[in-house]
Design a protein around this ligand. Structure first.
Ligand code: 13P
Length: 254
């Protein structure tokens, strides 16, 4: 029997939005959530830029929307100008921290070992880590999709990962912000591989409960078929998380 996993609809705003947008976007989502008659079948999460965490947390207070950081530092504190600690995210009221997004791996030369350390810092602070992995177009075309994802997962998976404290996000780099979405077959193939690798690493029972999100050009029009796949347990959504209509449209596809 397949384990029942609660779908996670997560918005990664990346470096977008101003204070006023944070309030209007997060506020409107909060209003929509509070109008639902019954507990939704999905969990909603928004990850704004660090400077907008305060206004977003205020806007969604009591509305059943979780808030997360887009990154955290591996250290608990200290001389790391411009960085954000997991403990600070937690103290603000965050529940999650995204770690190892491909944009951070590229822009900040983050390695698997660094991503793993960040995920462990998130756990230590009491946050769930959303650990991102995914192959580039070059790697896919060279037939290295499986080996790339296996290697990134093995290197980035935090010690002590459980279904409670860790979520995996498969984000094929070639699908991020490009409008090129993975086909259901492509997504399911990698998600199933990830679950099999997780089973080997943390045991079958825990792997069966762990959520694996798909990310890369998810939109209201393609969300339903992706979210219906057996090993896809939600979405990590960039562009389409920046408008209420699109983000809510994806949630409605659950
Ligand atoms: P897009 O949805 O804009 O392709 O971005 C996906 C992503 O990178 C989410 O983390």
């Amino acid at each position: 029997m397949a384990a029942k996993r609660r779908i996670l609809i997560a918005g990664n705003w990346k470096m977008n939005g101003l204070k006023k947008d944070a309030r209007s976007l997060a506020g409107a989502l909060g209003t929509k959530m509070s109008k639902l008659k019954s507990k939704p079948e999905f969990e909603m999460l928004v990850c704004p830029p660090a400077a907008l965490l305060g206004p977003v947390l205020d806007a969604v207070k009591g509305k059943g929307i979780a808030v997360g950081g887009q990154d955290c530092h591996a250290n608990e504190g200290g001389a790391h100008t411009g960085d954000t600690s997991a403990a600070l995210l937690k103290s603000m009221g965050c529940k999650y921290a995204i770690v190892g997004h491909s944009e951070r791996r590229t822009d900040h030369a983050e390695t698997d070992a660094m991503v793993k350390a960040k995920a462990e810092a998130a756990h230590k602070a009491g946050l769930s880590a959303i650990v991102c992995i995914g192959e580039t177009l070059k790697q896919r075309e060279a037939g290295r999709t499986k080996s790339t994802n296996k290697k990134q997962l093995a290197g980035s998976l935090p010690e002590g990962a459980t279904a409670r404290n860790t979520v995996i996000a498969y984000e094929p780099v070639w699908a991020i912000g490009t409008g090129k979405v993975a086909t259901p077959a492509q997504a399911q193939e990698v998600h199933a591989l990830i679950r099999a690798e997780l089973a080997a690493a943390i045991g079958e029972a825990e792997a069966a409960k762990m959520r694996i999100l798909y990310g890369g050009s998810m939109k209201p029009g393609n969300a339903a078929e992706l979210l219906a796949l057996p090993d896809v347990d939600g979405g990590l959504i960039g562009g389409a998380s920046l408008t209420v209509a699109d983000f809510w449209g994806i949630a409605q596809a659950v």
